[in-house]
Design a protein around this ligand. Structure first.
Ligand code: GDP
Length: 202
């Protein structure tokens, strides 16, 4: 994807504020601190467009990044942040569920997991939900630069197996895309998937 224009064009805290222009949307989901903002910045070639923070769980809005006036990348608030109050969890659930369940222009979901660890219970619940639904999804394993080749050869197949099991798919039918926001590994592959999924061209 050749980037001509990128802007944060909407921060949505309530479903009534969703964009109405009908452009295709790709949402990014993942546990807090998984590297979602870094992935977004890397995709968009921006250093600080999406907030990268060491205090996870801050973002509670759906952030719509408009790309080339062709599509939106939608940053979903991170899940699995233990310090959230029940009230905050409820709010998160209503906003995110309402958006991902009913949104017609949402064409696909990029689900990010941390390549260094086994997928968490929250990650696997998300995978089950994605596999159960009709929308295309891509699982991305972040922070691969933090692993040696040796560690990666052990850890990625483990994650692959548990994700395939949660999705009730064969390993062959379960794709995991390695990614690094530091080296740019996987960036082109993720863009290719986004382009194919939104039919927005490249
Ligand atoms: P978010 O909460 O999911 O948006 O996660 P962030 O993008 O804020 O990243 C959380 C932490 O992981 C930050 O300290 C990032 O610098 C770091 N991080 C994110 N992606 C990578 C990566 O690909 N490689 C390395 N080495 N660190 C990363």
């Amino acid at each position: 994807m050749k980037l001509r224009s990128v802007e944060l064009s909407a921060t949505v805290g309530h479903l009534s504020q969703l964009p109405t222009d009908g452009l295709p949307e790709i949402a990014l989901a993942g546990r807090s601190n998984v590297g979602k903002s870094s992935l977004l910045n890397k995709l968009l070639n921006r250093r600080n467009l999406a907030r990268v923070s060491n205090s996870p769980g801050k973002t509670r809005t759906l952030n719509f990044y408009r790309v080339n006036d062709l599509l939106y990348l939608v940053d979903l608030p991170g899940y699995g942040f233990a310090k959230r109050s029940p009230e905050e969890r409820k709010q998160w659930g209503a906003l995110v569920n309402g958006y991902v369940t009913d949104r017609e222009s949402l064409k696909g979901i990029v689900q990010i997991v941390d390549s260094r660890h086994d997928p968490t219970a929250d990650d696997l619940e998300m995978v089950r939900w994605l596999a159960y639904g009709d929308r295309p999804y891509l699982i991305v394993a972040s922070k691969t630069d933090k692993l040696s080749n040796n560690q990666m050869n052990k850890q990625l197949p483990r994650a692959h197996r548990s994700i395939a099991e949660a999705a009730e798919r064969t390993l062959e039918d379960t794709r995991i895309q390695p990614f690094s926001a530091v080296t740019g590994r996987g960036r082109e592959d993720v863009w290719r998937w986004i382009g194919d999924t939104t039919h927005a061209g490249r």
